[in-house]
Every structure is written in C-alpha cells, then in structure tokens.
Design a protein around this ligand. Structure first.
Ligand SMILES: C[S@@+](CC[C@H](N)C(=O)[O-])C[C@H]1O[C@@H](n2cnc3c(N)ncnc32)[C@H](O)[C@@H]1O
Length: 381
C-alpha cells in the first residue's frame, strides 16, 4: 500500500526521488520501516539524514520527521522535497537566471579548469555560473528549489543532464573524464539551459506538490545541532521521539564529499575534487574519532527519545563499523533488546568496492526494542 505512494504517477512519488546521493536508503525500505515501527502522529528522528528519505517517508505517512545533515547536497535535497516552492516562482526565477547568464563576463568563465569546458557548452556554463553566483539556496525557498533541480541534472546521461556523458550518482575525477571524452570524441551536449530547466520543472510539478506532515531537516553537524532538537523537546515544541531511524557514515568511507565534488562546486565549493579542507574526513578515518562521533550523537539522541522508543540503525556489515555501532548503542540504550538483520548487497555497489575483501559486503540493520515491547514485531521481509 505505502509503495503506491512512491509511483511516479503520484506527487509524493515524484518528489521522493530528489536527488542522486551516495549510500541513500532505498525509498521502499524507508517507507516500510516508518510504517512498521511507528504509528501515525508519532515523531521520528534521523541525525544522519542524507537526502532525508527517512524524514520524507515520515512526513508522507502522517508522522513528524526531524533530521540533521551536514553535507549541503543531501540537506538541500531534503529541504526541498519536504517543502518545494510554488511552481510559478521557480519558473520565473529560471527565466531571470537566463537573463543574468547573458551578462556573465567571459573572465568569470576563463578562471575555471579545462574540465568545465569539456563537460558543458559555454551557454550552459554561463547559466550554471549565474546560478552559483546569485541563488540564495540556504535562505530562499524558491532559490533552494531551483538549485536542487539543477543539482539533480548537473551531471548524468547526455539526454537527461546538462553535462557531457557522466554518471549521475558520482562525479568522476576531471582528468579521467577529459581523457574519457577525448578518446570517444564526445563534445558537451548543445542545450538551451532555460528551456531544459523548464521541462524538468514541469515534470517535477506535473502531479502537484506532495501532501506531507510538518517535518524538517536542519543543516549542520549533529554533534552541535542536536541541541536545537533537545531544546524543542524541553520547550514542548515537539514531543519526545518514538523512532530513531538512521544510518551513520561508515568507517573508512569518505565518498560523501569526494564523489559529489561537482555538486559541491555548484553550492560554492572548490572547482576540483580535493581532500583538503574537509573537516569531517577525519571522523571516518580515525577509529577513535569514529567511535566518539557515534557516541556523542547517539547519546544526544537518547536525551530526546521517549522511554518506549524503537531504534532502527542501518550500518555496514564490516567488522569495525558494525562492532563499534553495536557497542555504542548497547551502552546508550541499556534498557532495550537488540536484534540484527543481515542485508547482503544484491549486486556490487560502490560501498562494496571499498570493502574488506575477506568479508561478504553488505549492510546490517540493528533494531532495538524496549524490553516491555515483547519483541513481537516481525522483521521486514
Ligand atoms: C549513510 S549516509 C545516510 C544516507 C541517508 N540514509 C539517505 O537515505 O540519504 C550518512 C550521512 O551522515 C552524514 N553525516 C556525517 N557526519 C555527520 C554529522 N556530524 N552531522 C550530521 N550529518 C552527518 C553524511 O554527510 C551522510 O549524508
């Protein structure tokens, strides 16, 4: 029944796909967990929200979802699908961007690395540079919406994106991309960016706006931002949470930034992929930091959970991440039982490529129930 909501013939289904992100929950899975482990009107928390699929599922199923996400790409997708701006405003902003693009000076383009000229035509590049310069995506709902739609189509197959042939989920290294296009004599596709965006906006809004309960995703670091949630619960603005449904970053995996370098450039970041200046990288590469990241965040979550709350955490099956997560959760939620479900990958994924070859790659769902709950819930098949 809930899967009906995810069909592209519905507004909820259409907006649920915003946008391509690394290590995202399958939508059906998120809808199933929300439906099975919470009741209508209850509160759901995700401190590692990614593109906010968990929060969106909560909002679409008449629950209240609150998420936090540190990566601006994931945060923007979540923020926009939970509350898109009215279509007419997005269309008129798109036209305005077209006008601004005409006034972008050649000098503003020539400072960009060669990659950009092999990936996009000059006309597209002017539009993107204009959008990067003027869109106030953190504050304005209209600018956030148009920026999120640009990000979805920033790179991917030639027919459906602004770019020369690329993967949609991951931006390749510039040198590799240039070589790949040169070997195949592939030039950037000739696109009128304003018309291209008009079509994408029409498609996204064609079934209307999703009907959602009030829910939101906060931009920032959960080690700090959970304080806002704690205050909201203490002041009675929200009730204690009934379901903690999340998936933390996996130890040793830093791709959330590297693979999104081109989308992060659109949001004001570097014009080439780089590891430097990414203050979160260390959190996933030092065992000690990884342990303390999980401890701090889950401890703060515990402060806002109802006594009979359920905890549902999807994580990596590889030993360090799994054992650390289990240990931290068992310490922080001593009054809950713990059950585990193996979730082997059906096919090789990016995560598997970084895996310990000795271990069968996959994920594990850790589910914690209050002891009084009786553990009578069935696992999701
Ligand atoms: C496994 S992904 C979650 C994906 C998500 N379930 C989805 O469907 O998109 C982990 C997420 O945690 C985020 N993250 C890592 N450290 C964080 C922190 N300190 N505060 C908030 N988010 C963080 C990463 O940016 C990444 O998006």
């Amino acid at each position: 029944m809930t899967h009906e909501l995810l069909k592209l013939s519905t507004a909820t289904g259409r907006w649920s796909g915003v946008g391509p992100y690394y290590a995202m929950f399958p939508r059906e899975f998120a809808f199933d967990v929300v439906e099975q482990y919470s009741e209508t009107g209850q509160y759901i928390l995700d401190p590692f929200a990614g593109r906010a699929t968990s929060i969106y599922a909560a909002a679409a199923l008449q629950r209240y979802g609150y998420g936090i996400e540190i990566n601006p790409v994931g945060w923007l997708y979540g923020r926009v699908k939970l509350d898109p701006a009215p279509k007419d405003r997005v269309l008129s902003r798109n036209n305005k961007l077209g006008e601004i693009a005409n006034n972008i000076l050649k000098d503003e383009l020539t400072t960009l690395p060669e990659f950009f000229f092999s990936c996009y035509t000059e006309e597209v590049l002017r539009y993107l540079v204009a959008a990067r310069k003027v869109l106030s995506w953190r504050r304005s709902p209209t600018d956030a919406t148009i920026m999120a739609i640009i990000l979805v189509h920033l790179h991917g197959k030639r027919e459906t994106s602004f770019s020369n042939q690329m993967r949609q989920g991951k931006a390749m290294h510039p040198d590799y991309s240039i070589r790949w296009w040169q070997e195949r004599n592939m030039l950037p596709p000739d696109i009128n960016p304003v018309e291209f965006m008009e079509k994408r906006i029409d498609w996204r809004y064609a079934k209307g706006m999703p009907k959602l309960e009030n829910s939101k995703v906060i931009f920032g670091d959960s080690t700090l931002k959970l304080r806002e949630i704690i205050k909201m619960v203490l002041s009675g603005e929200t009730q204690p949470f009934n379901l903690l449904f999340t998936s933390p970053p996996y130890y040793g995996i830093t791709n959330y930034y590297y693979d999104q370098w081109l989308r992060l450039w659109m949001l004001g970041g570097n014009d080439r992929p780089t590891w430097t200046g990414e203050k979160w990288k260390g959190k996933f590469e030092s065992k000690e930091d990884y342990h303390s990241l999980l401890s701090i965040i889950f401890q703060k979550c515990a402060e806002v959970m109802a006594n009979d709350a359920i905890v549902y955490v999807r994580t990596d099956a590889r030993p360090f991440t799994l054992e650390t997560t289990k240990k931290v959760l068992a310490r922080i939620f001593p009054n809950k039982s713990m059950e585990m479900l193996a979730r082997p990958f059906e096919k090789e994924t990016q995560t598997a490529l970084y895996g310990d070859k000795a271990v069968k790659p996959g994920e594990v769902d850790i589910i914690m129930y209050p002891y009084c709950f009786g553990n009578e819930k069935e696992s999701i098949g």
